[in-house]
Design a protein around this ligand. Structure first.
Ligand code: ATP
Ligand code: MG
Length: 189
């Protein structure tokens, strides 16, 4: 093991959602999944929701309930399949937010029409359809990530995961290039 392959101690986590515009396009979905893998993310958990209820979409985007696009947003989010993923990147501190910032950078800015020109290689820049139908969601802080992970993965305990055997095993496999992917569920083991 060389200096470029350090022994990381933790996995920094974020919540990623793939929204209905991308999940219904198999070729684009495969491409986005490939972008996630190529960034070096470990996919810790996945929850493929065949149709999100309107009630759940409203609760998830509650912070935007007074915005002009709220009704459009929740109608869209409950119109089809949503794929929820806990994405992770190796790190050395429990307060590291590298997974959050790296995923948001890979997604690109919210407004697709602008992003197509300013950041064409991002997920939104490549596949986004409109400012609402913009492919993906990513947590924007450690606090939000914790809350959003709990929202989609109520059985997952981020505190308990930190330092657990499961985390150690994923870190070891990531370091030794031994991670395997279940393509159907899109999750690493
Ligand atoms: P997300 O929270 O989904 O990761 P974001 O943090 O980039 O996206 P937010 O400002 O939190 O953007 O908005 C949440 C979602 O609401 C956006 O991803 C988009 O789908 C929708 N949205 C935001 N702004 C607009 C807008 N001006 N017009 C239409 N839809 C919008
Ligand atoms: Mg947001």
């Amino acid at each position: 093991m060389g200096p470029q392959c350090p022994n990381y101690r933790h996995l920094s986590l974020t919540l990623a959602l793939l929204k209905p515009d991308i999940t219904k396009m198999p070729y684009s979905l495969q491409h986005v999944r490939q972008m996630i893998i190529e960034k070096g993310f470990v996919i810790v958990k996945s929850n493929i929701i065949s149709k999100m209820s309107r009630c759940k979409a409203e609760a998830f985007y509650e912070e935007h309930s007074s915005r002009f696009f709220y009704n459009r947003l929740v109608t869209y989010m409950s119109s089809g399949s949503v794929h929820a993923h806990i994405l992770a990147l190796p790190c050395n501190s429990v307060d590291d937010s590298n997974a959050i910032t790296t995923w948001r950078k890979l997604m690109g800015p919210t407004k697709v029409m602008k992003t197509r020109y300013s950041e064409p290689d991002t997920i939104r820049g490549t596949f986004g359809l409109s400012d609402t139908r913009n492919c993906s969601h990513g947590s924007d802080s450690l606090e939000t990530a914790k809350r959003e992970i709990e929202f989609f993965f109520p059985d997952f305990d981020p505190i308990g995961f930190s330092g657990s055997l499961e985390e150690k095993e994923l870190l070891r496999k990531h370091r030794d290039n031994l991670l395997t992917i279940n393509q159907c569920k899109f999750v690493h083991s």
